[in-house]
Design a protein around this ligand. Structure first.
Ligand code: S3P
Length: 450
């Protein structure tokens, strides 16, 4: 069973009956990070790029719409298939209006890098959530490369990017472990004179580097330093996008917390920079097997089999935090179902995601009877509380897609029916989530807000 999109354009709540278990073979939609990068590099390449397995979520569609607005021709996506006729690095045309990046921080930050190298001006806008997120982290190093970017006060969107600047390569030490900032600088580096060199404080997802190489562009990775020279060209290619481990995470956790569950998640990307969720769940005692490991378009892929069982609380190892950064909403639910305490530190980045994920998760967990203590950069979760309150619970996702899906899975162990409010943004990363979750055994339905 694969996911099918829901109609967009309205607010939706999830209603989930408590209990149950998950089973079956499932394929979650394509990887969001890789899908954005396919559209970007395919648009900047010479020749055609044929993508299969593309995520047709709103975030990726916003990136595609931006390139179409700059004259790139593309057919699709139809059923995950997209054909892009690349414009070349210097073939984009000025858009007639601002480019709306919707909910997507990845789109805005990576596009800032690309657009800094163009000869024309652009404006990047976003929705309410994106408009609160910090963009100084890309605007500041891009300015050091010679870009001219105006932000709203506090380094927030919208971004006004002035074209026609001469970019110079830089040597930059990332102050936070961020693949988005690294990628923005490497993409600007394509347009820069000389060498652009980025040092990471900890490994972050390396899809940009892998995909640049797939498009024939030399990128060097030596330890924590990634570098490239400007002035090369990208050559269109074929890309098969693996299923998104960040979307698979909800089913991994859902199955792990409900005894008797047995799920196989097909064709999941298991890039070493993304598998923190597997490492953390295994450390908590979850049974996860990697079946049929293979390489697909430069990325490692496997089918993941997960079975329900007993979890125990842990102190999450610091080195796993950047490798699981998007999976903490789901992992917090696993922690709430585990025996003992789970401690997370060094994860202040969670406060500047689509919502403040530490505060928003703590608020929702309290509604389910789970005790937590927030810290500025983490949380302590008391396991075992979930399900002790035998009443219905109402949770506000605050418009955060991953919070919404995490609490939907929490219902498997809740003491009463769960209503999750404001779930529309699930369509940004996981179109068809309720349908696939229902197929797997979650008693979920959608309803309008009452
Ligand atoms: C992403 C990088 C991460 C992640 C985001 C996707 C990417 O953000 O949270 O969902 O595709 O590069 P940061 O780079 O801000 O950590």
């Amino acid at each position: 069973m694969t996911a099918r999109p829901e109609p967009a354009g309205f607010t939706v709540d999830y209603l989930i009956e408590a209990g149950g278990r998950l089973h079956g073979r499932l394929r979650v939609p394509g990887d969001k990070s890789i899908s954005h990068r396919c559209v970007m590099l395919g648009s900047l390449a010479h020749g055609e790029t044929q993508v299969s397995g593309l995520l047709e979520g709103e975030d990726v569609l916003a990136t595609l719409a931006a390139f179409r607005a700059m004259g790139v021709e593309a057919e699709g996506p139809f059923d995950g298939s997209l054909r892009i006729r690349g414009a070349g690095l210097h073939g984009l045309r000025p858009p007639v209006a601002a480019l709306d990046m919707g909910n997507s921080g990845t789109a805005m930050r990576l596009m800032a890098g690309i657009l800094s190298g163009q000869v024309f001006d652009t404006v990047l806008t976003g929705d309410e959530s994106l408009s609160r997120r910090p963009m100084g982290r890309v605007a500041e190093p891009l300015a050091r490369m010679g870009a001219r970017i105006d932000t709203a006060p506090g380094g927030r969107p919208p971004l006004r990017i002035h074209g026609g600047q001469r970019l110079q390569g830089i040597d930059y030490r990332l102050p936070v472990a961020s693949a988005q900032v690294k990628s923005a600088l490497l993409l600007a580096g394509l347009y820069a004179e000389g060498r652009t060199q980025v040092h990471e404080p900890a490994p972050t997802r390396d899809h940009t580097e892998r995909m640049l190489r797939g498009f024939g562009y030399p990128v060097s990775t030596e330890g924590a330093t990634i570098s490239l020279n400007g002035g090369g060209t990208l050559t269109g290619c074929a890309i098969d996008v693996p299923a998104d481990i960040s979307s698979a995470a909800f089913f991994l956790v859902g199955a792990a917390i409900s005894p008797g569950s047995d799920v196989i998640l097909e064709h999941v990307g298991i890039n070493p920079t993304r598998i923190g969720v597997l490492n953390i769940l295994r450390a908590m005692g979850a049974s996860i097997d990697e079946l049929d490991r293979r390489m697909v378009g430069g990325e490692p892929v496997a089918d993941l089999r997960v079975r329900g069982g007993h979890l125990r609380g842990i102190t999450i190892p610091a080195d796993q935090v950047p490798l699981a950064i998007d999976e903490f909403p789901a992992l917090f639910i696993a922690a709430a179902c585990a025996e003992g305490q789970t401690r997370l530190a060094g994860a202040g980045e969670l406060r500047v995601k689509e919502s403040d994920r530490i505060a928003v998760m703590a608020e929702g967990l309290a509604r389910l009877g789970v005790e937590t203590q927030e810290t500025p950069d983490g949380i302590l979760i008391e396991g075992g509380g979930l399900g002790t309150k035998r009443v219905a619970a109402e949770i506000d996702s605050h418009g955060d897609h991953r919070v919404a899906m995490a609490f939907a899975m929490a219902a498997l162990r809740a003491g009463g029916r769960v209503r999750v409010r404001d779930c529309r943004n699930v369509a940004t990363s996981f179109p068809g989530f309720p349908v696939l979750a229902r197929h797997a055994g979650l008693a979920i339905r959608t309803a309008g807000p009452d």
